[in-house]
Design a protein around this ligand. Structure first.
Ligand code: LAG
Ligand code: CA
Length: 475
């Protein structure tokens, strides 16, 4: 399915280090992502963007909100995350660590406000010197049929494709000129070693323009076609639905899936009957597994109420473990900065440049580093495509399953631990529980569990926790 793969012992797990600066991504690739078995990292929109100089109305209190980067002003790579040299060096470092780099690409629009950028450019609406002028944008009346020039009806095909998304200047992606500029930009990134893209606002570009653009892309430095994951929010009818975009890229984002994960993990009525049991057929009714970049949350859905967030603590970690263990989609682990206001800036200097990530500080939440998560990255890589078997649930918040004979997991979303005997389908032996320990030189650094000759294991599954092991974790 074109899912990312890199390095020995890795399959397809991606980390999404949203708004980490390039130097911090590079050291994370070497220090954590590579050693933990992550195959890829998604990094933030790298093109030069809006840098605001003053606050707007009274409710506007953050000068450099995280969303400045979604307002590109050129395809030069000087940004809040660093310089072009730092970007290139990050890609090289990550690739050396066995981690492929995927870039968030904004191709639907240019900035909708401001006149100055992080790269020191000045511009005005519809005029981006040396790149685009007014003739390169869809216009109200001639192209866009809405009275304001903005998308007012997200179910209206012409509005969705040719009107402005939240006031952002809408590129004429149906024109040869715009397609060539976009391809030049993306091919530059591929030339630097980038392996693929998360395409922002893909619904607003449309299938035909997306396919035409991808035809112009070169192969990656590994000789593969770039992996292209399309951002298409659910809810749109017919050709505006995520299902209708599965043929227009390598994959679509699992935006309906993260809603379902939240619903399952948050189903917690006072009578205690809340229910992970519904996840037995997770993926049914969603886009096909091989065509989906799946996740528990991303930068939009952690803010808009659709998804679990880091604020859900142990419940969030448990959901990450489920996604990695179950095997729906190409799984991605989101890791970013802490926030209280939805517009908050990432930790930055006074000029808006994002400062180095410090996972020990409360300003960042390094979900991808948690032992509960890295243990399951190894689990995911080991079990590969083995089918889900030995499913068991109590009709409520305790579930267990194996992945063929390669691995077994139990997950408990209740507030008290549960002890019982499970069928695992694995060979008799003593195994290291990878949610709390790892095997080194034949010894487990955490608790072990014992599978008997009948393949049964008696374990205590912690409150809001899991027990997991693979064939490779025998001690
Ligand atoms: C996306 N996917 O389709 C991104 O995932 C999402 O985070 C982006 O919105 C959006 N599309 C455009 O790339 C974010 C914020 C918006 C913000 C926008 C542009 O969620 O709130 O809009 O980025 O920076 C902001 C203001 C708007 C204003 C607009 C244009 O919030 O009020 O109209 O800028 O000036
Ligand atoms: Ca558009």
């Amino acid at each position: 399915a074109g899912a990312p793969q890199a390095g020995p012992g890795r399959t397809d797990v991606m980390a999404n280090l949203f708004e980490w600066n390039w130097d911090s991504v590079a050291s994370e690739c070497t220090g954590t992502l590579g050693p933990a078995g992550y195959a890829g990292v998604q990094v933030s929109q790298p093109a030069d963007s809006l840098k605001r100089t003053k606050l707007g109305d009274g409710s506007d209190t953050v000068l450099h909100p995280w969303w400045e980067i979604y307002q590109p002003v050129s395809y030069e790579l000087t940004s809040r995350m660093g310089t072009e040299a730092q970007f290139r060096s990050m890609v090289t470092t990550c690739r050396r660590a066995g981690v492929k780099v995927y870039v968030d690409a904004v191709v639907n629009h240019m900035t909708g406000q401001g006149s100055t950028s992080y790269g020191g450019r000045t511009y005005s609406h519809f005029e981006y010197a040396g790149l685009y002028d007014a003739s390169d944008f869809h216009r109200k009346g001639t192209d866009c049929p809405s009275s304001t020039g903005g998308i007012e009806d997200f179910n209206n095909l012409r509005q969705v494709r040719t009107c402005e998304l939240v006031g952002l200047a809408d590129l004429r992606t149906d024109s040869p000129k715009v397609r060539n500029e976009l391809a030049k930009y993306l091919n530059k990134l591929i030339g630097y070693g980038v392996s693929g893209f998360r395409v922002d606002a893909a619904k607003h570009v449309g299938q035909d323009d997306l396919l035409a653009l991808q035809k112009k892309l070169r192969d990656t430095v590994d000789g593969d076609r770039p992996y292209v994951a399309l951002e298409v929010f659910g809810g749109g009818p017919g050709i505006l639905s995520p299902q209708a975009f599965t043929g227009a890229g390598s994959a679509v984002l699992g935006l309906d899936g993260d809603i379902q994960i939240k619903n399952a993990f948050k189903s917690y009525p006072a009578d205690g009957t809340g229910s992970l049991a519904v996840l037995k057929t997770f993926g049914d009714g969603l886009t096909p597994s091989g065509k989906t970049l799946s996740f528990v949350q991303n930068h939009d859905t952690e803010r808009n109420g659709d998804a679990l967030t880091y604020k859900d603590g142990a419940t969030n970690l448990l959901a990450q473990q489920f996604l990695l263990a179950y095997g729906y989609g190409t799984p991605q682990v989101y890791s970013s900065f802490a926030w209280s206001a939805t517009d908050a800036s990432p930790p930055s200097d006074p000029g808006g440049l994002i400062t180095d990530t410090d996972c020990a500080s409360e300003a960042w939440v390094c979900v991808h580093r948690d032992k509960a998560v890295t243990g399951l990255v190894g689990f995911h890589n080991h079990v590969g495509r083995a089918p889900v078997t030995h499913w068991w649930d109590n009709g409520g918040n305790l579930i267990a399953f194996s992945r063929g004979q390669a691995g077994w997991i139990a997950l408990n979303n209740d507030k008290s631990p549960v002890t019982r005997t499970f069928d695992t389908g694995l060979a008799a032996g003593t195994y290291c529980d990878v949610t709390r320990g790892s095997v080194s030189k034949g010894k487990c650094s955490g608790p072990t569990v014992t599978v008997d000759a009948r393949g049964q294991v008696r374990v205590t599954v912690p409150a809001k926790g899991a027990v997991a092991f693979t064939r490779a974790d025998r001690v």
